[in-house]
Design a binder for this molecule. Structure first.
Ligand SMILES: Nc1ncnc2c1ncn2[C@@H]1O[C@H](COP(=O)(O)OP(=O)(O)O)[C@@H](O)[C@H]1O
Ligand SMILES: [Mg+2]
Length: 441
């Protein structure tokens, strides 16, 4: 039987087991179960229950990267992509959230390895040589395991702006994401920064991020699951993504988990707005969480982000329960013709953003017990706010003429969707009035 230790700040949380043919199990540590500061790994892995078998494999598999990053991790560790235990044993010290996974029971609190600085020059060279050396591999080692497809790397950045390699003993506090090597996905770094800034301008909760040219373009975002305590001490905060929170596997990050072929498109067992709204009920402030998820849905619809799936939303796992984390990975994907123009989660029953009507928003609200007055307020609030913020952000001098070309396409989508939001607001308002009349009668 394979075994890994799961820890938080050197304290044992529990032990993860895998037996070929039998599957996974997780056993919480007794002290952790009793501790008032101990958190559950996820809402479906309650720390008040000692032994878990269901959802365990899904939870840990969700900690691995996807796409090429998973290929690279597998190639560099010479471990099969399906061997979750071995891959986590290699890279489980620097993952999303607070937990560390290792083959050893103890971890030292003082860094055993010296700080290894990464200069901008080296970073730039590594970006340019991505076709010969994967960006996730530094000093012959894959240093982290974080979900997603885009090329990225975690670093520790000190107060003076110097960056260092991180791999658990030195804890990362930033993520750097790069432009895609796919020529059809142009200027995604500028796109992400633009969308994040627009979100910030309209008051959505997003982490601090910057767009830099070193001279290669990079998107740098502060990790919201890390807090810098001193010059070198970084505190970790536990988070789970939507799939983990719901106990679903990576394969269910899209609502249509079998894809959109005609014979399977009605199978909708993946992460959906309904499942997320349901999950809101388990947070400390369910109504606020619901409103925040509705904000996220309206924002993604407006910017044309069809990639708002179950791994692009996260929750802090506080001892009192889950709490929605800041938004991230806000990108207008619809501008790229090579990306499927179907949203990861339906609004009502509609998966194609261009076909969404007021009725679909009303269905989403009614099915999830969101008062139509709240929907109306939300649609109205964002009708002008997003387009105004986007128009202003486009004036930012950081964007090159090439970026501007791409961002103008984003603005065009936002302008079109704004017209839709205005008409939806009117339609929902009419529906609210009609309901009031029926109630009075
Ligand atoms: N600012 C952040 N703080 C903490 N974790 C983050 C942050 N941004 C992203 N993540 C984590 O990293 C993962 C990958 O990041 P994401 O931006 O979604 O990359 P990709 O574009 O490759 O999907 C996310 O699923 C989330 O778990
Ligand atoms: Mg993502």
């Amino acid at each position: 039987m394979e075994k890994l230790f799961v820890k938080f700040n050197n304290s044992p949380i529990g032990e993860l087991y895998h037996e070929a043919g039998k599957g996974y199990s997780f056993i919480y540590d007794d002290k952790w179960m009793r501790s008032p500061d101990g958190f559950s790994l996820s809402p479906v892995l309650d720390k008040n229950i000692k032994t878990h078998a269901s959802y365990v494999g899904n939870f840990f598999q969700n900690l691995l990267p996807e796409g090429k990053a998973l290929d690279d991790l597998s190639a560099y560790t010479r471990v099969s992509k399906s061997n979750v235990m071995a891959l986590l044993a290699h890279s489980g010290k620097e993952i999303a959230g607070a937990i560390e996974i290792s083959r050893h029971k103890k971890i030292s609190t003082t860094p055993l390895i010296p700080f290894r600085e990464v200069t901008q020059k080296e970073l730039n060279e590594r970006i340019l040589s991505r076709d010969t050396m994967p960006f996730t591999v530094w000093d012959k080692k894959v240093r982290f395991s974080i979900a997603g497809y885009q090329d990225k790397q975690c670093f520790f950045k000190d107060k003076n702006g110097k960056m260092y390699l991180a791999d658990g003993e030195i804890t990362s506090n930033i993520i750097i994401k790069l432009n895609s090597v796919n020529p059809h996905i142009q200027n995604i770094v500028a796109n992400e920064h633009f969308c994040m800034q627009v979100a910030k301008k309209i008051g959505l909760n997003i982490p601090n991020s910057t767009y830099k040219k070193i001279p290669e373009p990079i998107f740098e975002v502060e990790r919201f699951d890390r807090i810098c305590q001193s010059d070198v001490t970084v505190e970790r905060i536990h988070i789970v993504d939507g799939c983990q929170a719901l106990g679903l596997p990576v394969s269910h990050k899209m609502e249509r988990n079998f894809g959109n072929d005609r014979d399977v498109q009605d199978i909708r067992e993946g992460v959906s707005y309904s499942l997320l709204f349901n999950l809101s009920e388990r947070t400390n402030v369910p109504i606020k969480t619901k409103h925040d998820i509705l904000d996220w849905a309206v924002f993604n619809y407006t910017i044309g982000n069809s990639d708002a799936h179950g791994k692009n939303i996260s929750f802090f796992m506080n001892p009192e329960g889950p709490e929605l984390a800041p938004y991230y990975d806000l990108v207008s994907t619809e501008i790229y013709e090579s990306v499927v123009d179907e949203m990861a989660m339906a609004i009502g029953d509609q998966f194609v953003a261009a076909n969404v009507e007021a009725y679909d928003w009303i269905t989403l609200a009614n099915e999830n017990k969101i008062p139509l007055s709240v929907l109306e307020r939300t649609l109205n609030k964002y009708s002008y706010a997003i387009v105004n913020a986007a128009t202003e952000e486009l004036k930012n001098e950081i964007y090159s003429p090439e970026d501007q070309k791409v961002l103008n396409k984003v603005l065009e989508i936002i302008q079109n969707r704004t017209q839709c939001l205005i008409s939806f607001t009117d339609a929902v308002r009419d529906e609210v009035k009609e309901n009031q009349c029926i109630r009075i009668k």
